[in-house]
Design a protein. Structure first.
Length: 185
């Protein structure tokens, strides 16, 4: 089939028009999508800026309150730890708790005062070793109450020994306490 020059020209112009219309439609869709995406981007950026500032301000307030609370607690703890170690008071507490729990204090001794670091705070630590005897439930209750009663002290170790036969003797507990006092500097 042979085309005449005019037909060929109409064919080329027709293909060209179809191509231009197709490219125009594609470009039109791209422009609409680009406009929509720009709107979304602008909206998101505005929300992000506002959100970050609000969140950071809120986080700063929370952290400042936490710091304030921590500093207040630290001051309270330092004041509590600053009280001098009164071994007579600790001894009285020990004997009163023993009597209240039906156990007998057999031995109490205290090694020399030592320096310690308690959670990054310099302290003096007074060790107290004691041995008590009584029924096992009473010994356990005594140890728990002793640990909870001493404001600046803690039961470091408690070993309960139960004799193999009841005629050999009563159960005993060897208890190691540490009493802390804050050291300035």
């Amino acid at each position: 089939m042979k085309f005449s020059k005019v037909s060929l020209l109409f064919l080329i112009v027709g293909v060209f028009i179809i191509a231009i219309v197709g490219l125009g439609a594609v470009r039109s869709k791209q422009l609409v999508q680009q406009r929509d995406l720009n709107k979304e981007l602008t909206t998101s950026q505005i929300k992000l800026k506002g959100l970050q500032v609000d969140q950071l301000a809120q986080k700063q307030d929370e952290l400042e309150k936490l710091l304030s609370d921590t500093m207040a607690q630290s001051k309270t703890d330092r004041e509590l730890l600053s009280q001098p170690i009164d071994t007579l008071e600790i001894g009285n507490t020990l004997f009163k708790l023993a009597q209240a729990n039906g156990v007998e204090v057999v031995e109490v001794n205290s090694p020399a005062l030592a320096a310690a670091n308690l959670e990054g705070v310099k302290c003096s630590v007074q060790g107290i070793n004691t041995r008590v005897k009584g029924d096992v439930p009473n010994l356990v209750t005594f140890i728990k109450q002793l640990n909870g009663t001493l404001d600046t002290g803690i039961v470091k170790q408690a070993d309960i020994t139960v004799p193999s036969a009841p005629t050999v003797g009563m159960p005993t507990a060897n208890i190691q306490l540490s009493i802390y006092t804050y050291q300035k500097g």
